[in-house]
Design a binder for this molecule. Structure first.
Ligand code: SF4
Length: 296
């Protein structure tokens, strides 16, 4: 029996999915705000086809309706192996209707449009991408390994291939200095890329991540609660989606929002503006609650 190597992560929305740990650790592992794999010194590696197929065989069940291919940027795997993995998941789990994966911008763009179409044809439904910001200066500072235009291009490539895009945005990651630019540029990036899902998280500065040291030295200043809400307001107001889910229900956020755009946009923006205008602390999650879990 192959056991999963820890730590292993999956998006909250994949909590009940069949998990297939096809890679161990993260292929990038450089983002300055992220301590996910740093504390355990977990070295990145790709599992072999034999291991992946054994994991699927050992964990398959008729109870699963979704499957998630983990871990950090599993889309880095060769197309042939991914196709085999996806097809085997469907063959071994008769009720699975959706297969998703973590991918980063570089790995998406390194795959040819035909490769992405092959993955879609095999049954890959959605790629989760950590966008974090649309501000190029912030992206460079946090060592994301992508810029705004490449991020937009990666969304377009996936959508053209028929694969849905779920992107994460990190409020506060530009610090006080880039806060407004980060928010406006992120809204513009989202509007141009038009993802199917936008998940907003709020930065929590944690020991083990390089940004923590910068914060301790005073080189990085975290925006306060209402500045983070202002970022949320700017992004909510300036993002145009054709038909997208706009969520800030992750536990790290002060204000949970679940909206479908464009349908709920006006009332969502109004709600955020009202809370900021009234400084309505009572409507926000307390700090201790945000601290309970720090998970992507
Ligand atoms: S944020 Fe994602 S891509 Fe960046 S180091 Fe962490 S796991 Fe890897």
């Amino acid at each position: 029996m192959i056991s999963f190597e820890q730590p292993m992560f999956r998006p909250p929305s994949e909590a009940n999915s069949l998990l297939v740990q096809a890679t161990v650790g993260c292929s990038h592992n450089s983002c300055t705000y992220c301590a996910m794999y740093r504390q355990s010194n977990q070295k990145f590696r790709m599992r072999s086809e034999k291991e992946i197929l054994q994991i699927i065989a050992e964990n398959s069940s008729s109870s699963y309706e979704k499957a998630f291919i983990a871990d950090g940027n599993a889309l880095v795997l060769p197309v042939k192996l991914l196709v085999k993995t996806i097809k085997t998941i469907y063959e071994s789990n008769e009720n699975v209707r959706q297969v998703s994966i973590y991918g980063n911008v570089g790995d998406i763009l390194r795959k040819k449009p035909q490769d992405l179409k092959e993955l879609a044809a095999a049954g890959l439904d959605m790629v989760y991408i950590g966008f974090e910001s649309g501000d190029d200066i912030t992206l460079k500072r946090i060592k994301k390994g992508a810029n705004k235009s490449k991020t937009i291009q990666s969304m377009k490539r996936l959508k053209e291939a028929g694969i849905k895009v779920s992107g994460m945005v990190l409020l506060g990651v530009g610090g006080k200095e880039r806060s407004f630019v980060h928010a406006y540029e992120t809204a513009d990036m989202l509007s141009q890329g038009d993802p199917d899902y936008v998940g907003l998280l709020s930065l929590q500065v944690r020991p083990g991540a390089p940004i923590y040291e910068a914060w301790e030295k005073g080189e990085f200043e975290l925006p306060d609660k209402f500045q983070i809400l202002k970022e949320l307001e700017i992004i909510a107001e300036n993002t145009v989606l054709t038909n997208g889910h706009f969520f800030s229900n992750h536990i790290s956020n002060y204000l949970p929002i679940k909206a479908i755009y464009p349908r709920d946009k006006d009332k969502t923006v109004m709600k955020i503006k009202n809370i900021i205008a009234k400084k309505a602390e009572g409507e926000l999650r307390p700090e201790y609650y945000r601290d309970i879990v720090n998970q992507y």
